[in-house]
Design a protein around this ligand. Sequence first.
Ligand code: PEP
Ligand code: MN
Length: 344
Amino acid sequence: MMVVEMTGESTGRDLDRICESMAQNKKSFRVVSGRSSSYVMVPDVSRTEDSAGILSLPGVRKVHVSSCCHPLASREIGGTPHPMEIAAGVWINGGEPLVMAGPCAVENRNQLMKSAEGVKKAGAHVLRGGAFKPRSHPYAFQGLGSEGIALLKEARKTTGLPVVTEVMSPEEAEWIAPHIDILQVGARNMQNFSLLKTLGGLGKPVLLKRGMAATVEEWLQAAEYILAGGNERVILCERGIRSFDRNTRNTLDLSVVPLLKSMTHLPVVVDPSHATGKRDLVTPMSLAALAAGADGLVVEVHCEPGEALCDGPQSLTPEEFSRLMELASRVTQALRKEEPAWTM
Ligand code: PEP
Ligand code: MN
């Protein structure tokens, strides 16, 4: 396909001129207007010769002809990784790993506030907590819904931490977006295309988890749906893929971290909690993820894991999480001394 990249100074008239030229040549196209760049995506041009005239038009920075199935998510077009601000003053992809932590589900005020204060004290940067839960069992706790969103806002106010929560439908995403800092797409919804399209238009950062049987291309194409809506802030989250061995809940595909870093400019984080399903494996796999070049972690922490309504066996206590943070900072320091080539 052809991707026409506009300069930062290009005008609406410049864009119109390109669209007119595509219409005259009977080419279908789509305009993507992000916060920092605009593109015209033309799927049925595959020859460089056909793009020659476009480059001379005003406002055009570059014309790419690419066979990549996720062009905006690729390094080829999107460039090298760049820092991304995901809430006021909170950055990812810019040096220090970003840690999102908190309970699987918001259960009640006391549980959320205790867990939130615990993760804040240990040094987490973002508070997680599900209000709308995608449970496999229809009779399992489904989350507190709107009451959970209100409690997350309260926890943000007391801790100062931005919050991330899962949305499962376009309608949920639309009403929750103004209240929450980062919207999470769960593994089960990675290819919910209506949801992805809606998130493309909402302008809130999206934590996009890998589907349990998704290939890297399918995952990056899911990210492309969001980018194609003009929303540039997508964070990829590896959370384990389904395999044959039931000793762990899923199989953590850590090789995907350096692989993705070579393919995309988007930040990559790892969720060792859902990947392993076992508390004792969470800290070692968190450290391994950082060593592999992950830009951050998503860790389930509960003030009383034994009492959790959801995912207790994989949840750390605040004390265990605090220890994880200490060890993580040692790994980060060691990496800083000798930056591995694959993170550059
Ligand atoms: C979660 O983060 O609570 C969750 C349900 O994760 P996943 O979609 O990765 O299973
Ligand atoms: Mn969970």
